[in-house]
Structures are given as C-alpha cells and as structure tokens.
Ligand binder design. Sequence first.
Ligand code: PEP
Ligand code: MN
Length: 387
Amino acid sequence: MFLGDVMESLAVNSAGEVAWPLASRGDRASTTVRIRDVVIGGAEFVVIAGPCSVETREQVQEIATRVGRAGAALFRAGAFKPRTSPYAFQGLGDDGLAILAQTVSRAMPVVSEALDAAQLARVAETADVVQVGARNMHNTSLLRAVAACGRPVLLKRGFAATIDELLLAAEYILAHGNPHVLLCERGIRTFERAMRNTADLASVALLKRLTHLPVLVDPSHATGRADLVAPVAQAALAVGADGLIVEVHHVPSQSWSDADQAISCDAFDDLMRALAVQAPLFRRTMRSTSTADAASLRRCREVIDGIDEALLALLSERVKVARAAAAIKGELGLPLRTPDREREILRRVAQAESELPADARLRLFRLVIDETLAAEQPRDTQEVTRD
Ligand code: PEP
Ligand code: MN
C-alpha cells in the first residue's frame, strides 16, 4: 500500500517511534484554523495577499482595498524582513506594524513575520497570524516562542528543508501548546537556476496525506517571477492546497522588496477570477466580496461569465462522452436509453450538496439528459449515412 509505505518510511524513526505524533495525520480529520471569520483547511480555498513589505500607509491602504475587493481573505505584509543582503531594505519594523494596525487590521486579518523572539509580542499584537519565514524554520527557540504567542502560526518550509524537517518544525509548535499551525510550501533550492526556487508542488499532495494540518502554497517566492505566479497558483489548487499566500503590489516595479515576483492588483483580479471558476471543479469554494460598489458588481459579473463559459465547455464535453457511450451501446446491441441509469443520475443530483434547490436541480438535469441524447442523434445518423 503506497500510503502505508510513505507513512512507514517518513513518520517512523529507526526506533520505530512516530517522528511527529501530533502533526501526523493518523486517522485524524483535517484540522481547520479559524482567523476571525476565515476558516483555513475546510472547503474554502483561502487566499492571503499583499505586498512583500509594508512601505507606506497609502501603499498598504491601496493594496488592501484592491485585494480585499478581489476576494482575498487575509492581508499579508512584512514589517520585519529577513533579507539575504544586510544592505537591502530590512523593513520598517515597529513603524510598519503601526501602519498595519492603523490601516488594514480592522478591515482584514493580517499575516506578518516575526524574525526573533524579541519582536514576537509586538508582531502578535498587530498580526492575526504570525509568520515564521523560510530562513527561520530551523530556529527552534523561535518555534518554541511562537507556540506561546497566542496566535496561529504560518510556518514556511525552509528552502533546504526536507518534508520531514518541516513536519518536525511544526511538531515543535504543536508540542509546545499551539495547535493552530498552517504549513506553507514556498519553493526549495535545487540545481535549477532559471527560477528563484523550485516549486515543490508534489510535496503539497504528500503533506495532505502525511499531516492533518492545512497546507498553503506561496507561488511568489516559489518562482520569483510575476508571470509564473498565476499558473503555479492554479496548480496549487489542483494539487490539493488549502490556499495561497501571494505577493501583490499596486506598482510592482517600485516594490521596495521582491519586485520581480510582485503581481499587479489587476493581475491579482484576473487570478482570483480564474480560481473562482476552477475551484468548484476541485470541490473547493471561493469567497465572494460584498462591497457595494460598481467595481465589485462588475467583478461578480465577470466571475459569472467565466462560470458560464466553464458550464458550456462541460456540457459540450458531456455530449462528446455520451456520444462515445452511444456508439459502444450500438456495438453491443444495447438500447440507447437506460431508464435505470437515468433514475440513478437524478437520484445523485437530488442528493448533491448545492445552493440550488433540489427541484430546480432535477428540472435542469432532466433537460441536460434529454438534450444530450437529442444532440447524439443527428450526428450518429449523419455518420452512419456518410459511412
Ligand atoms: C516573505 O514572505 O516575504 C518571505 C520572506 O518569505 P520566505 O520566508 O518564504 O522567503
Ligand atoms: Mn517577499
């Protein structure tokens, strides 16, 4: 059994003990982490968005308004930045936290990074979720400290950390009393230099099997390229991630940090529209925004148009497959209509979880079945005569 093998090789150490007893999935249901009205790890595909760093009050205000309207559930922005070069912008520090507190944090929950235990209490006072960055994943004293900070923790995978080490880092936080841990895959360092990191999306699928904790993907740091953020974000949805953390800037080229990977607010709108259409295919939901303005109405209409387009494509594909089934039935000498099967389809339609009432669903699907059958006929006859 594949999953059994994985569990055995990863979760159990040489002494036969489970390496991460609190993080391991075992037979636990998926854990959900609640941040105000947002639940991560449930049906909703939760998107966290914002700039790499807090820069100015206006910048935070502008980006928060835009990403909130597009359906981001949480705002991200670093006040303390773990930069590779000591000469690079290190973040506004406490002034950055003050900007977050005065602008966005009343409207939207905030995710922000703490670099060390000394900053932690201040970060936790403003941020609803404390981020432990990739560079600090191995910092065990910080892991112990965030366990006691009273906030959920977004724990990023170190860029040279194995999945086992990520889960052991999570285990530190869990073992020290904080059950609210979000894991984040943000790309790892491989031989490949064409991108900033290598997005290890397979690890997301594996983590969902190995642990009950929610798993997020950061397509921004994973690729380092704005043009790759949307495709990797969509792949994250498909591979089973519980959400995203994405860097967005109102003027990407002028970002004070990570400019190459920041997407514009318009690009974020496009991404959220695409995800809203795709999420139901992966049994996920996306939140819709409720700001009463013309831009939000336009956005709702654009999402509806995208969903209609997907519905049309699915219906067309349904006809194609039904036609193939009809051809097989013909070969096997079976009748074209199978009332038992149609009743079975309608029974499932009636029982499905849906925002649409059952009688409306049944009406629609009777029509879908009849029209699919009708669409099969002429083409079949034509093909038979042509042959
Ligand atoms: C960040 O989120 O801005 C960041 C520094 O991320 P990472 O720790 O993944 O490099
Ligand atoms: Mn960044």
